[in-house]
Design a protein around this ligand. Sequence first.
Ligand SMILES: [Zn+2]
Ligand SMILES: [Zn+2]
Ligand SMILES: [Zn+2]
Length: 246
Amino acid sequence: MNYLRNLFLKKQPVVMQSIAEAMQRKDDFTFKNYFLLYACPLCGAPPALSGYGQSILWIALKCINDKEAISFCDSCEQHFRIPAAIFAEGILCELTEVSQIPGDQLYNYVKAKYVETNTQLNLLHTGWYDFLIEANANGPVDVMAMTWNPKDECPLCGRRPYRPIGFSYACPNCMNEINIAQEDIDPELGVRVICNHCMKTHYVPPTVWCPKCHRSLFHYYSILRRIAKANGVNFEQLRLKKNEAG
Ligand SMILES: [Zn+2]
Ligand SMILES: [Zn+2]
Ligand SMILES: [Zn+2]
């Protein structure tokens, strides 16, 4: 199913065009403090719906340990590789040395040297976005087929075991904020939610659970998309604008 969907996405000329556009615009991509903003290398969608890309520290630590980071696109719901090659020469060695100093020095180091001086681009190779595109030329990472140790974070939702989460969204009927905890959502049946503002009910489907680990919820915007579909409303209607400022 996923495979077919990916093939379908790859065949869409409009998608390829937007990647080409994204590549032309790559000089516009910037950092927002620690967060690297860029278009998805698979579908070309602009930076994550939340307005953030990934923390450069998170990417660097993954690349130091695993030679690559695997990230998720909120728009096409596919996983892609961020190769260690995106970093400028010597940067990963520099960051590795700092990360070995006792105490949590890496954050402060990057803050003082790169974030406060607004020179975060020095962390990256000048051809970093081309490397990102190249690393994903064969399509998305098939995370569902990946083996993993359940003691670690799930490769699909990125969550660690025994960390129940909750989330909030706008009521599909009245836009009032709804808060819900994962333990309130039956993994097989979902749950009917009564909004205490408009007193109408809506449905949170069981597909909001991560299909890989079944122990935590899916990514936030994927959850909202599934609730929107189950209630026949537009995804945008469920977004809480206050969470997305900045
Ligand atoms: Zn995408
Ligand atoms: Zn998971
Ligand atoms: Zn309501």
